[in-house]
Design a protein around this ligand. Structure first.
Ligand code: M6R
Length: 606
């Protein structure tokens, strides 16, 4: 996540850039920067920290000029300091770029550029783009950007300008980019709200689009230079709706952001050719004998999936604790323990205190965290960021699936390093992991969503719900129940399906909807037996089945089909259907899903 803005026209560019960036600060606030062109020179100003640091300075010393680009950063490569802030320039300062995304092959590109005499100022992946474009530049900026992007692997929304051209060249792959069309002026941004004060006519650029902006128009092509037609959409959202991207709630927006969030979690970390995973952490994968995972709420359920994955793939003993229990139970910790804390906010007080407890006992510490620079990250030995972007809805959605994605990476990394995974097994799992953003996109297709809505409304008057799952998907059931209760206020129990006979079976009657996660797995037959047991007691079965499983559909009252995924990564795909089930139940009952009663996004008191 980063926010980008571009402007060409007759207004003072600085004003447009600062007001646009202010509306994009939710995308990152590690640093902010602008570049403004004025008659043969481009002046760059950038500052670490929130936008206010930069805008304060610009108020004192404005940058005159009517063409400019601006950026607000969510750091991925390199510390959040002034140097790593965007825009980035070439050595002569004549070419300027801003970038949102991750350039996966930047290390090899950078090595080549240095060999050919380029000097780098920052530690970012983005700076390679400036030097690659410069190298390809022979008077035609558009052609140079195209040639540079042909060498790049990864995600980008990139915006470029050059002192010799009154034009802006931009392109996108994965990272979003929207263009605003004005009268004698043109705009670019990562998201609609940045442009609403200036224009409501927007063009949503597609993956692989390039655009050249002039004062009085634009031209869209693909990355090979073939012309592309894109419609101009008239946006009539009010300011609040715009922040939610046109969705009814942040929660729904964040559910739909999951393919992009997962792409960011995985980006640059998987190497299919070798079966290796690169996590960019200093932890010695052989320097501990056991792992303690510590977290709260949804993050705790991600930890339970992590336990399963790490034990299966890396054969290391793992225990998972609720942080509020861990810190007071005098846990057995030693220098042979790796403590993994999991947290979206990085601020949850119970998890933070549990981290301190683990450190006191001599454990090495690793965090699976979303929020950059949060309190936990300052105390951890190592952090594996999930890069899901800001999560505003109180009910965690995209952070959960990205946390599970991070655990998949970690389990693979440990398995490779400790020799418990063969090349073939690692490559198969890597391929399955790489598929996740596409599978989640598929899980969100309109026909599936409509069916989940229908089922949610059918059972919305139920007083209680039961959720069941097995193996790596037992936590999927726990998380599904938590989502339902926190936003719809319907009581929901969740059990590992095999436990049902040991008590909860007494709850089952004709009024109890029972959600059973019964997707493709080595335990599927056993799960289906549990489905039969529910049916035999007149319970209403809502089965989550893998696409094409018509045989088991016969045992259910309602079926929610989900895309087929490798068992080890299936919790990510399955969670999406249960998030939507909770969402549609709550909205049908008229609940405020973004601000459920009694809850706070980040629990910083004990
Ligand atoms: O910020 P954290 O991940 O540490 O938060 C942990 C829990 O408070 C959080 O997951 C909570 O359970 C959510 N409301 C669940 O949707």
């Amino acid at each position: 996540m980063c926010g980008i803005v571009g402007y060409i026209g007759s207004r003072q560019a600085q004003d447009v850039l600062i007001s646009g960036l202010a509306r994009l600060e939710y995308r990152g606030y590690d640093s902010a920067g602008v570049a403004v062109a004025d008659g043969g020179q481009v002046v760059v100003k950038k500052k670490a920290g929130k936008l206010a640091n930069l805008s304060g300075e610009l108020e004192q010393q404005p940058l005159p000029g009517t063409l400019g680009i601006g950026h607000t950063r969510w750091a991925t490569h390199g510390l959040p300091n002034d140097t790593n802030a965007h825009p980035h320039t070439t050595e002569d300062g004549r070419l300027v770029i801003i970038h949102n995304g991750i350039i996966e092959n930047y290390l090899s590109l950078k090595a080549g550029l240095i060999e050919r005499g380029h000097t780098f100022q920052s530690e970012t992946d983005s700076e390679v783009l400036a030097h690659l474009i410069e190298e390809a530049y022979a008077g035609d900026l558009e052609a140079a950007v195209r040639a540079a992007l042909a060498q790049v692997r990864g995600a980008y929304g990139i915006v470029v300008t050059h002192v010799d051209h009154r034009e802006i060249v931009a392109a996108r792959t994965v990272s979003p980019l929207v263009m605003g069309v004005g009268e004698g002026e043109m705009f670019l941004a990562s998201d609609v709200p940045a442009l609403l004060p200036y224009t409501r006519d927007m063009v949503f650029l597609h993956d692989g689009d390039m655009v050249v902006l002039h004062d009085d128009g634009y031209r869209i092509t693909d990355l090979q230079g073939n012309p592309q037609e894109r419609p101009i959409d008239r946006i009539d959202w009010d300011a609040e709706a715009a922040e939610k991207g046109g969705y009814d709630s942040y929660m729904l927006k964040e559910i739909y952001e999951q393919p992009a969030a997962l792409t960011n979690t995985l980006m640059g970390r998987l190497h299919d050719d070798t079966g290796e995973v690169n996590l960019d952490i200093s932890l010695d994968p052989t320097a501990f004998k056991r792992i303690s995972v510590i977290a709260c709420g949804t993050a705790y359920y991600a930890g339970l999936v992590g336990e399963y994955l790490i034990e299966q793939l890396a054969r290391i003993p793992v225990e998972v604790d609720v942080a509020s229990e861990y810190r007071y139970r005098n846990p057995l910790v030693s220098e042979h323990t790796l403590a993994i804390v999991v947290s979206q906010s990085g601020e949850t007080i119970d998890t933070l205190e549990a981290l301190r407890e683990a450190k006191k006992g001599g454990a090495k510490t690793l965090g699976i965290i979303n929020a950059k620079g949060s309190s936990m990250t300052r105390e951890l030995d190592d952090t594996l960021y999930i890069h899901a972007g800001p999560e505003i809805g109180v009910a965690s959605t995209k952070a959960y699936t990205s946390m599970v994605g991070a655990f998949v990476l970690l389990a693979l990394w440990l398995g490779r390093a400790r020799g418990t995974l063969t090349d073939a097994q690692a490559q198969e799992l890597l391929r399955a992991t790489r598929e996740l953003p596409r599978l989640v996109e598929e899980a969100l297709n309109p026909a599936r969503v409509a069916e989940i809505k229908r089922v949610a409304e059918k059972y919305a008057q139920a007083r209680d719900y039961l959720f069941l799952g097995r193996g790596v998907n037992a936590p999927t059931a726990f998380e599904g129940a938590l989502k339902l209760k926190e936003i719809s206020y319907i009581h929901a129990e969740a059990y590992a399906a095999g436990e049902m006979k040991h008590g909860p079976i007494a709850l089952i009657d004709a009024n109890l909807p029972v959600v059973v996660v019964a997707t493709e797995s080595h335990l599927l037959e056993k799960t289906i037996s549990n489905v039969q047991e529910v049916r035999a007691r007149s319970g209403k079965v809502i089965a989550l089945l893998s696409d094409g499983d018509t045989e088991n559909a016969a045992h259910a009252d309602d079926v929610l089909y989900v895309p087929r995924a490798h068992e080890m990564v299936s919790p990510v795909v399955n969670a999406v259907a249960l998030q939507l089930l909770a969402y549609f139940t709550a909205t049908y009952l008229g609940k405020d899903v973004d601000k459920p009663r009694n809850l706070a996004k980040s629990v910083t008191v004990e």
